[in-house]
Design a binder for this molecule. Structure first.
Ligand SMILES: [Zn+2]
Length: 194
């Protein structure tokens, strides 16, 4: 299962969960989309996506589109800013300046309506403003969205562990190749290559 230490701070965690409603579980390596089911079931929606219920304006079509664009931004596909700007231009958001740490002015974005989409976009805007958005990444291997808590922000794999007979840990192949390359370069007699 996915470990707690991938969780993003504050409301960015809602965004991470939303992006992960599409996933490729390591056990099966087959794409799974939970969003259509969640959109039909208010209880499941609340449990999986936290806090904000779905409004009438949150059509499945728009939710799928938003999820796809947020994922592209996290994966660095295309021009992520362009995609986000298109959403922010249409979103019902209220922007205010408030005293932050040490009294320095800080931008605070809040949703101006009760839609799920506005809530998500407000969280994204606040994450960009505070610098945490860059740390919401997708695994190079399975594309699971995780929050990078490493000091230098260098994490590339979600850290999913082997989940079954067919399962494997993300990044294992790359890590093993890198280890073997380093070992070969050293030509240490202690390394047997196995
Ligand atoms: Zn992964």
């Amino acid at each position: 299962m996915h470990t707690q230490n991938q969780a993003a701070p504050g409301s960015l965690e809602c965004v991470r969960r939303f992006i992960n409603t599409w996933s490729i579980p390591n056990q099966t390596r087959v794409e799974v989309d939970d969003l259509p089911l969640l959109a039909r079931d208010a209880d499941k929606w609340r449990k999986e996506l936290l806090l904000h219920p779905r409004a009438e304006s949150d059509t499945l079509e728009r939710l799928l589109e938003l999820r796809s664009d947020l994922r592209k931004s996290c994966e660095g596909v295309d021009d992520g800013n362009h995609l986000l700007n298109a959403w922010l231009a249409l979103a019902a958001l209220s922007v205010q300046v408030k005293p932050g740490e040490g009294g320095a002015p800080e931008l605070c974005v809040t949703p101006a309506d009760t839609s799920y989409i506005s809530n998500i976009l407000a969280s994204v805007a606040n994450a960009i403003s505070s610098g945490t958005w860059l740390r919401l990444k997708t695994c190079d291997d399975c594309r699971w969205a995780f929050y990078d808590k490493t000091r230098n922000g260098s994490k590339r794999w979600c850290g999913m562990t082997k989940g079954g007979v067919e399962g494997r840990a993300c990044g294992t192949i790359a890590k093993v190749s890198a280890f073997r390359a380093r070992a070969a370069a050293k030509k240490s007699p202690m390394v047997d290559g196995g």
